[in-house]
Structures are given as C-alpha cells and as structure tokens.
Design a protein around this ligand. Structure first.
Ligand code: C5P
Length: 311
C-alpha cells in the first residue's frame, strides 16, 4: 500500500523590533541578562516545509546568497530539535524552503523567525500533538529570540530574552525600516558593548515601565520619546554611518529612530500610515541605506498560511 504523503505546509512569521533593550552585564554562560520590549512587525518571512527524499534547505529573496543552506542554518537545527523531542530517529526527510523578506543579520531576528516558523510548520506537517508553550521550550534552546517569533504581538522579554510576558498595546504603530547593505554579527555587537563599558561608562537606558505605559496609551508621540537600546552605541561604534541614517529618518519626518536589536537595520516610528509612506519615500532618496520598507505592528507570531489549526 502507498504511504499517504501530507501536503506541504507554509508558515508566515514576523520580524521583531526592540522598542526597549536594556542590557545588563555579561553572565558566566556568555549571554547578557537583559530586559526588552519586543514588537512583531508586518515584515515577514514565509517558510514551507514538505516531506521529501532530498532533505535540506532552499533560500529565496532578501539576502538569499548569504544564508547558509546546511545543517548550521537555525531552521535545520529546529527540524532536528523537534524530531529529537518527539523521538523521531534518522535524518528527518524534510525540505525547508525559506522565502525571505526580513533582512539577514539585520537585528530583526530573521534567522530566529525562520526557526520558529519551521517548528510550527513541522508540528502541522507531522500532525504532532504539541502546544505552543512546548514549542517555546524547544525554541528557547535554539536562540534567545526564537520564542518571541512564535508568539508575536508585543511582549516583555527577560533572561536572555526568552522569558516572555505579553504587553498590552493599543492601536497599531507604523514603522519605516532602513536596511543596510551589510549585516552585523550579534555576538560582535554584544562584545563591542562590553568593550565600550570596560573603557568608560556609556549611559544606560532606564526602566522599561514608561514604554509599557506608552504602549497601553497607544500614542506614537509618547512612545517615540521612550525608544531606547543599549546596543545602539555598540552598533554605531562598529558602523559609524548609522548615525547619518538615524538622522536622515528623523529629518524625513519620523517621530524617532532606533537601531533595531544589534543592528544595523534602523527602525523609525511614524505618526500614522500616511506619514510612514512619506518618510519611506524621502528616506529612500537620501542615499543613506540599501533599501527601505514600511511595516506596522503588532502582528501575530508564526502562523500556518490559510489555516488556524496549528499549535
Ligand atoms: O541566543 P542567540 O543565539 O540568538 O544569541 C547570539 C549571540 O548573541 C550569543 O552567542 C551572545 O554572544 C549574544 N547574546 C548575548 N546576550 C543575550 C542574547 C545574545 O550576549 N541576551
């Protein structure tokens, strides 16, 4: 009798921006304790998983040439981790196709998003009885930002960023994103922050509480005053041109700009959707970045496209 091969499953997964990212000192395990407020944006990747006799990864779209297609890709590690979790042995007979809209090594957690989408897609493809919280535990073992890509929305992250609590966010916020022509390595940016802190005492951003209050109010002008990222000084130290990009976004009419995560993508908060379109048009003519995108948030985390039966 012929085995029934399940149809491929496609999952859409959001990028994140850190509205607040305060980094504490280096821990013994090589990570930094941090407090962050994540928001999931409408800038997305699509990940398709399918049963195959030729396992592996294919990548199309944004940064396709610089994404590894071997076992080192975090999405493949997600395949292996989920297979191990449910006791599947042997090489998983899975093909993973990544269609990328999120910049690679851009500080928007694109690789983490692909890993989260792979977990959700495979849970559906393999018809597994796993909850999203169970997937989040596997996700945390893959990377600090992977659990957030599962849940999406707006959330407070602590620990390495993997412990999440949802944050109330009223209304929709409108963003313009400036992609750089080259990525930045997250470990290098954290190391640069350690170096800056050893050499002097760069100012640290304060508590996350005012950001949480601004999100509840839904007022972009209030939130704009409070965007803050301890990694920004380190990203700018490694990539001084970012200063110019940040200035150009505000000159183009954005309420405020911030480096997203470890950069180099700059995220600009705008008054409304119309203003975001205008800021994007002006910024793309300013010659300070490779390309510009408009996005809004918060949006949900990794979801099967055309279905709502996933964990
Ligand atoms: O968890 P993830 O693999 O995404 O982290 C990549 C790197 O970023 C870590 O190896 C570490 O150097 C740095 N990092 C950190 N503190 C965190 C998160 C990441 O130092 N909280």
């Amino acid at each position: 009798m012929l085995a029934v091969v399940p149809p491929p499953v496609t999952v859409r997964v959001p990028a994140k921006v850190n509205l607040h990212l305060s980094v504490d000192d280096l821990r013994e395990d090589g990570y930094h304790e941090l407090v962050t407020v994540f928001q999931a944006l409408s800038l997305t990747d699509e990940v398709t998983v399918a049963v195959t006799e030729e396992p592996g990864i294919e990548v199309y779209g944004e940064g396709e040439g610089s994404v590894p297609t071997g076992r080192e890709n975090l999405a493949w590690r997600a395949v292996e981790a989920l297979a191990a979790h449910v006791g599947r042995t042997g090489e998983p007979k899975v093909r993973v196709v990544l269609r990328k809209g999120i910049p690679v090594a851009g500080g928007m957690a694109g690789g983490s998003a692909d890993a989260a989408a792979t977990l959700v897609g495979l849970a559906s493809l393999w018809n597994l009885d796993v909850t999203r919280d169970e997937l989040a535990e596997i996700a945390a073992g893959l990377g600090s930002d992977v659990p957030f890509a599962l849940y999406g929305g707006t959330a407070l992250g602590t620990g390495r960023g993997e412990h999440l609590v949802p944050v109330l966010s009223r209304h929709t916020f409108h963003w313009v994103l400036a992609f750089d022509s080259e990525g930045l390595s997250t470990p290098k940016v954290f190391k640069e922050l350690d170096r800056l802190r050893a050499a002097g005492n760069p100012p640290r951003i304060g508590s996350h509480t005012p950001v949480v209050e601004a999100l509840a109010s839904g007022d972009p002008r209030q939130l704009a005053l409070l965007l803050g990222n301890d990694l920004q000084a380190a990203a700018v130290s490694l990539r001084p041109d970012l200063r110019r990009t940040l200035r150009a976004g505000v000159n183009a009419g954005a309420l405020a700009g911030t480096v997203s995560g470890s950069g180099p993508t700059c995220a600009f908060l705008c008054e409304d959707a119309q203003s975001a379109v205008e800021v994007a048009a002006e910024l793309s003519g300013a010659g300070v970045c490779r390309t510009v995108r408009v996005a809004h948030g918060p949006v949900p985390g990794a979801r099967v496209v055309g279905g709502d039966d996933a964990p």
